[in-house]
Design a protein around this ligand. Structure first.
Ligand SMILES: [Zn+2]
Length: 432
């Protein structure tokens, strides 16, 4: 069993990245293992226990049937950061990109190096979704604007300010968007995130801190760099950099990510899907396209591994993360419609029936009582980023059921909206 490293914090510093001018990071590995060790025995013990749990959990088959919707709130400190706009549209796009990366829906998912095609990992049942109710139960966009602030990536000194704006860490994933992460006048650090920690969640200090200049479509100079937000979300779910520890076991505590130390070809992508480079210190290929590497600035980000997704599924079970995706919390945060009781069931309040679910790609939909679908009923299927991939209008009365064929689409969660004279209903569909 791999033992925990005495780390408390996940960190991602990409020094030297300019907002609009491409400038690759220097070959300085993240200092997570040297600058953020904790001497607190309670915290070290929690981290070790988490690692032990993760290794056991990851060795088993992943549990099925869960719906891991994570309510997210973005706190924004300045609507222009690094000369780039930070607004609702930018944030929604950035979060869509994260979900696509986690679901393997990124357009370059199929172009990874041949050696890594077979270990690509996806989390089709995990959705990061902007909260629709605030802590007071009021409607919200999940995006809150504040006056300009700085320094929230620091491990101390800013806790009171962070806590003042935080939403309950057991209900929401808190993302803080600011331009100067450390309040040191350096505005080219991209992001910073913290591993799961009960004490941090107890104190409303769990967080991702991110530079608005590198959100989504703001990465005009290298669109791939937008996946740095996926990298930070990976840290939030306990992923360690693939290069952490270099070639010294257990490095990132994930078995299927090859040791990575960048010897020979720092920060380079694979020249082709069959190229024999870049190589690590044992002359094996590094997984340069891994989101937890530092190759985003080079346009390499394409994948997590199955070992990494197992590690993130484990993180979703622990005390500081598990409460977020519980149905009671999704009800409180306005998101129960994504996973709520009654979806795809035959509960009394459910008029529609969708089956088989999960299914391979062809689904049937019908009224629960098997009365015909009404003329004019609109049925549409959306993916998790809101794109309509199927749409049909019932042309005549009497259709007993409708076949939905989405077999050409990737596996994952979809939503079926049915509009009729009774209003709108939404069903969740899982394509295997
Ligand atoms: Zn990082």
């Amino acid at each position: 069993m791999k033992k925990a490293q005495a780390l408390l914090f996940g960190i991602c510093l990409l020094s030297g990245i300019q907002a609009q001018t491409p400038q690759l990071p220097t070959n300085e590995h993240c200092k997570v293992s040297t600058t953020n060790q904790s001497n607190d025995p309670v915290l070290i013990k929690e981290r070790e226990d988490l690692e032990d749990f993760t290794q056991v959990f990851s060795s088993k088959a992943m549990p099925g049937g869960n719906c891991y919707v994570i309510p997210v709130v973005f706190h924004v400190y300045g609507t222009t950061q690094g000369g780039m706009p930070v607004n609702d549209a930018i944030i929604i796009d950035a979060l869509d990109k994260v979900n696509m990366d986690f679901h393997g829906q990124n357009p370059d998912f199929g172009t990874v190096h041949n050696s890594f095609l077979g270990i690509r990992g996806t989390m089709a049942d995990v959705i990061f979704k902007l909260a629709e109710k605030d802590p007071g139960g009021n409607p919200t966009t999940g995006i809150i604007y504040h006056p300009i602030a700085a320094g929230f990536a620091n491990g101390s000194g800013y806790d009171a300010a962070i806590q003042a704006d935080a939403w309950d860490n057991y209900m929401y994933m808190n993302v803080y968007v600011m331009n100067d992460l450390f309040d040191d006048a350096v505005t080219t650090n991209s992001g910073y995130a913290y591993y799961p920690s009960t004490s941090m969640s107890n104190n409303n200090l769990a967080r991702v801190v991110y530079n608005g200049a590198y959100l989504g479509i703001n990465c005009t100079w290298e669109p791939e760099f937008a996946s740095t937000l996926s990298h930070e979300f990976g840290h939030w779910l306990n992923l360690i950099h693939t290069f952490d520890g270099g070639c010294v076991a257990p490095n990132d505590n994930v078995a299927d990510t090859p040791p990575c130390d960048y010897l020979g070809a720092p920060y380079a992508c694979h020249p082709s899907a069959s190229a024999n480079s870049p190589l690590n210190c044992t002359s094996n290929l590094i997984n340069a396209e891994n989101y937890m590497d530092y190759c985003g600035a080079g346009g390499c980000y394409k994948m997590f591994t199955t070992g990494q997704t197992a590690r993130m599924y484990a993180a979703l079970q622990v005390a500081s993360r598990q409460p977020l995706w519980q149905l009671s919390n999704l009800t409180a945060t306005g998101l129960s419609y994504l996973c709520g009781i009654g979806f795809n069931s035959l509960a009394d309040d459910q008029k529609m029936r969708l089956y088989p679910n999960p299914g391979d790609g062809i689904f049937s939909i019908e009224w629960k009582d098997q009365t015909p679908l009404k003329k004019g009923t609109v049925v549409e299927v959306m993916n998790t980023i809101g794109q309509v991939i199927f749409s049909k209008i019932i042309g005549e009365d009497g259709s007993e059921k409708l076949l939905l064929d989405i077999s050409e689409n990737p596996g994952g969660i979809y939503f079926v909206n049915i509009y009729d004279e009774g209003g709108k209903q939404t069903l969740k569909l899982i394509k295997k």
